[in-house]
Write a protein that binds this ligand. Structure first.
Ligand SMILES: [Zn+2]
Ligand SMILES: [Zn+2]
Length: 310
């Protein structure tokens, strides 16, 4: 993947959704005014990132600070568009920052939506930012709006509705896959499931690729994952399953459960080849560096190697 291209489409998505929202909210105007709306909305859509990343400057990605983040844009807009009320310009810019930026970031990765009242990182992770299903309809809608003479808001409204329906679709499919994974890959200890788009670190021009999901389940001893496909039809096809004999610590990081990396010498994992229950005990067989190992769960969460006596 070209990382810059990926980032470009991520930022473009913010700018276009921001532009579309302002375009819809601001009064019908002349051609020059409409171009200004797109510029103002687009700028508001990327404003949170312009003022700082969400890690170093969490306030830029907080709902509560959104009006402040775009205040300078509303002031510039008022100078350009004297006939439009300042409050309307400020309101539209704020809506563009919230809808065009915070909403999309939340759909893609973790953000501190309620900072400073809460440090909680909110994350939906149903979209890969840069998804052409988001920026393409918006780009088309705005382009059409500039070309049309009358009812210029209509294509933009349709584009925004399309993006909202697309996001809803992704959230629903994600939760369907989640439930399917939960049922299909039960783990005998507390485990956490993540279902995410299958499009990280690549920029595929085939739009179908962007509709696919992958999954992962983690717990103290297990790491399992694979491809889920469009709606879970690929579950079970290309999967991996690792078993960690030594208990690992699961922590909440960036809004998601993850495992602390353990680089001590006695920590290793094996690729699970077989799992079964015998006389009430759970057994796991797997390979590590071409050798086969067998482990038995002595007490819940405590696994010991079974060494063959012969
Ligand atoms: Zn951002
Ligand atoms: Zn972003």
């Amino acid at each position: 993947m070209d990382e810059h291209l990926y980032l470009f489409f991520h930022i473009l998505s913010h700018a276009l959704l921001g532009a579309a929202i302002s375009y819809i909210l601001l009064p019908v105007g002349t051609w020059v005014q409409r171009i200004s709306y797109i510029f103002i909305g687009g700028l508001s859509g990327i404003a949170p990132d312009l003022l700082g990343g969400r890690d170093s400057q969490p306030w830029t990605h907080s709902l509560l600070f959104a009006p402040i983040v775009v205040l300078w844009i509303a002031l510039i807009a008022k100078l350009l568009l004297r006939k439009v009320s300042f409050w309307r310009l400020w309101g539209a810019s704020t809506a563009s920052a919230i809808g065009g930026h915070l909403f999309l970031d939340y759909m893609g990765h973790d953000i501190p939506l309620l900072y400073p009242f809460s440090d909680k990182l909110w994350i939906m992770e149903a979209l890969t930012l840069g998804d052409p299903w988001v920026w393409f309809p918006l780009a088309a809608g705005l382009l059409l709006a500039i070309c049309l003479k009358r009812k210029t808001k209509l294509p933009v409204i349709f584009a925004v509705i399309f993006v909202l329906l697309y996001c809803t679709y992704k959230i629903i499919v994600k939760s369907i896959i989640y439930q399917e994974v939960e049922a299909r890959y039960p783990v005998g200890e507390v485990s956490y499931i993540t279902v995410t788009p299958n499009t990280y670190f690549e920029f595929d021009f085939d739009p179908r690729t962007w509709l696919k999901f992958k999954y992962r389940t983690i717990s103290s001893h297990h790491y399992q994952g694979g491809i889920a496909g469009y709606w879970g039809e690929k579950l079970g096809s290309i999967d991996y399953h690792s078993f960690y004999p030594k208990k690992r610590e699961v922590v909440l990081s960036r809004g998601e459960y993850t495992v602390i990396y353990d680089n001590s010498s006695d920590s290793f994992y094996m690729d699970v080849t077989k799992e079964w229950v015998e006389d009430g005990y759970r057994y796991i067989e797997g390979t590590f560096e071409d050798k086969t190992y067998l482990y038995k769960e002595i007490t819940p969460g405590k696994w010991d190697e079974v060494v063959e006596q012969n």
